[in-house]
Design a protein around this ligand. Structure first.
Ligand code: XMP
Length: 514
């Protein structure tokens, strides 16, 4: 493993992903972790991330010198670089010489371990206030900028390396190459980590964890639960039962995709609970968004627990594992715990026996989203599932502004299917993050169709581009595509006489309307 020490910016996750793109397994650890604990993980190399602090600021994160004396290759980036410089006796000044953004880098030692084979002039991404003016003893200065005399240093003997800039961001034109040079040349690591290894490793781990007991997995139709289930199915076969709750709020064909395509690809045992009527009854007369969300969440848990109970009764009480599609960013963001969590099932609701405890199986907890998709692909899941765009748990229930009824759901399903079909046809699926289609059920407007006056509902298109759904921009879709979608929806969907485009970024608007 290569450890990425997180100094508190968003860069650590990106660095960890880049290391894995170099086919070397990486994990993120907080900078507060004692060095002895880091070394106990037996890392092949350690990378120090950037961070928001100045090395001179009071309370700025520090590093124990022991880290550099353990014989483990270290690569410092930005803040990590400055920390390395100050800890090892170099000089970092607060000169006011700031650099932000794209900056020309002058490589002064072209054949160095890091820069071998890259141009002497290259563009790098800088973001710093302090600057290193003298490298520590024993280090060769291998690059500079117009402002910073020491923008990279290397010590081949001790296998210590650092750069002032951010090689992990794409604006640093040779960043990935330099990272790979550190990993392969500096640290002597072989690029052998692949999603194939992940599958093998996880299959063995799941078998060891579950033994001959039984596991249950809730399928949502989304990528994560589908890949998690497929992986567990591969490991323990029919000891796994998948449960899919059809709440009647799914998009067109999605339930069939799970029922047919998922089962065909994995051979998993699947229990489909048809709960449409139950959800619609519970939602009758409700138009407040938060109330809708709460009702859907509550009913979902009840139905899922009822299904668990039935499986338990059928299979005997040894169903002891619950599979979840937790991803690495969730783990990192929630503090990076490594133990297996035990959750007590909600016996108060579903009437499960008191003494049943589920242990979690989380086979994706080391993976980033794009890696999950690769694993899914390798496991033979269909493209429609593996490349699925995000879709909210409460489904179309929160895309009908107003009361949710069967008729309105059917109408929205048609409109949504048309929009999806046209976006796919235009090859825009990878470009947009997702495109909610919203029915303004409580709004009517006047139109004219076939010589007659209509008084129908508007449909809103909400195409967005985003990296992580935390922020988003509205997608500039080609007019022809928008025109096609608009014409088809107004022609083909009864009661809709108007299509409007949402041109709001997030913030201020959220991606969903409710
Ligand atoms: P907002 O509307 O908050 O959405 O900008 C951000 C992202 O989250 C999705 N979303 C949900 N996903 N359960 C989910 O699993 C939910 O209740 C939920 N609400 C919103 C939304 O589609 C977008 O990708």
């Amino acid at each position: 493993v290569v450890l990425v020490v997180d100094f508190g910016a968003q860069y650590a996750q990106l660095i960890a992903r880049r290391v894995r793109e170099a086919r070397v397994y990486s994990e993120i650890v907080p900078s507060t972790m004692p060095v002895a604990e880091m070394l106990a993980k037996n890392p092949k190399a350690i990378i120090l991330s950037g961070g928001p602090s100045s090395v001179y600021a009071e309370g700025a994160p520090r590093l124990d010198r022991a880290l550099f004396e353990a014989g483990v290759p270290v690569f410092g980036m930005c803040y990590g670089f400055q920390l390395m410089a100050t800890t090892l006796g170099g000089t970092v000044d607060n000169t006011g010489a700031r650099e932000y953004g794209r900056t020309p880098l002058h490589v002064s030692k072209a054949g160095s371990t890091l820069f071998e084979g890259t141009p002497v002039e290259q563009s790098v991404w800088m973001s710093h206030g302090d600057a290193c003016s003298a490298a520590p003893e024993g280090f060769a200065v291998t690059a500079s900028t117009d402002v910073v005399p020491v923008a990279a240093f290397e010590n081949d003997e001790k296998k210590l390396y650092g750069v002032q800039y951010h090689p992990e961001v794409l604006h640093s034109t040779h960043g990935q190459q330099i990272l790979e040079h550190f990993l392969y040349r500096g640290a002597g690591i072989q690029p052998t980590w692949t999603t194939g290894n992940v599958i093998e490793e996880q299959v063995a781990a799941i078998r060891a964890q579950v033994g001959d007991k039984r596991a249950i997995c809730g399928l949502s139709g989304g990528v994560d639960s589908a890949v998690a289930a497929a992986l567990v199915q591969k490991a323990i076969g029919d000891q796994l039962t998948c449960v899919y709750v059809d709440h009647g709020l799914m998009r067109k064909d999605e339930t069939e995709q799970v029922e047919k395509d998922f089962v065909a690809a994995t051979g998993a045992r699947l229990v489909v609970v048809d709960a449409e009527k139950r959800f619609l009854d519970a939602l009758a007369g409700v138009s407040d968004p938060e109330t809708k969300r709460k009702i859907i969440g509550r009913e979902f848990i009840r139905v899922f627990e009822q299904a668990q109970l039935e499986i338990l009764q059928e299979e005997g009480p040894e169903v002891a594992f619950l599979v979840q599609g937790t991803l690495y960013p969730d783990i990192v963001e929630s503090g990076g715990g490594t133990g297996t969590a035990n959750i007590k099932s909600h016996h108060n609701v579903g009437g499960l026996p008191d003494d049943i405890e589920f242990e979690l199986v989380e086979p994706l907890r080391q993976l980033f989203k794009d890696e999950v998709r690769m694993v899914g692909q390798e496991l033979g899941l269909p493209e429609e599932i593996v490349q699925r765009q995000p879709f909210p748990g409460p489904g179309l229930g929160i895309r009908i502004v107003g009361e949710v009824t069967k008729e309105r759901l059917d109408l929205l399903r048609e409109a949504d299917a048309i929009a999806r079909e046209e976006l796919t046809k235009a090859g825009l699926d990878r470009e947009i993050w997702q495109c909610p289609v919203v029915l303004l059920a409580d709004v009517r407007s006047v139109g004219v169709q076939g010589d007659g006056r209509t008084y129908g509902h508007p449909i809103v298109l909400r195409p967005v581009s985003s990296e992580d759904a935390m922020t988003a921009d509205w997608s500039r879709l080609p007019y022809e595509v928008l025109a096609k979608i608009s014409t088809r929806i107004t022609n083909e969907v009864a009661d809709v006489n108007r299509v409007v485009l949402d041109v709001t970024s997030k913030p201020p608007g959220t991606i969903e309307w409710e």
